[in-house]
Write a protein that binds this ligand. Structure first.
Ligand code: DGP
Length: 114
């Protein structure tokens, strides 16, 4: 997607601090961290939101959860715990329309909604 911020990050047109990368998935630090550790994990394939996921994307999304665990292990916050958030659509507060998984860690997180 030409104008998508996260597609630009994938193409290297916008700089980012990369945490993990393979042929299908990229993870990088959020530019506006809401916790001491705030990482975004995205599929390289452009999918607008969780609601736009197709059945053929299910394997990829499952792999993303595996990558999240790997990052938690590698960065040393797996045992302390962390939170994964996916904002979806207008009511979900999604601002960047490229499916992404927030990993928040490094402190006791507040504002628990569920
Ligand atoms: P959401 O509200 O769920 O759509 O979250 C979008 C997140 O993307 C938000 O926490 C800030 C982050 N973000 C937006 N633009 C950039 C950028 O250019 N670089 C990085 N690293 N993060 C960005």
């Amino acid at each position: 997607m030409e104008d998508c911020i996260f597609c630009k990050i994938i193409r290297g047109e916008i700089p980012s601090i990369k945490v993990y990368e393979d042929d299908e998935i990229l993870a990088f630090n959020d530019v506006n961290p809401a916790a001491p550790i705030h990482i975004l994990v995205i599929p390289k394939k452009h999918i607008n939101s969780l609601a736009d996921m197709k059945p053929e994307d299910e394997k990829l999304v499952g792999k993303i959860y595996g990558v999240i665990n790997k990052i938690a292990e590698d960065k040393g916050f797996k045992d302390e715990g962390f939170r994964v958030i996916v904002n979806c659509g207008k009511n979900g507060g999604q601002e960047v329309m490229h499916l992404h998984f927030h990993i928040l860690a490094g402190k006791q997180l507040g504002e628990k909604i569920v």
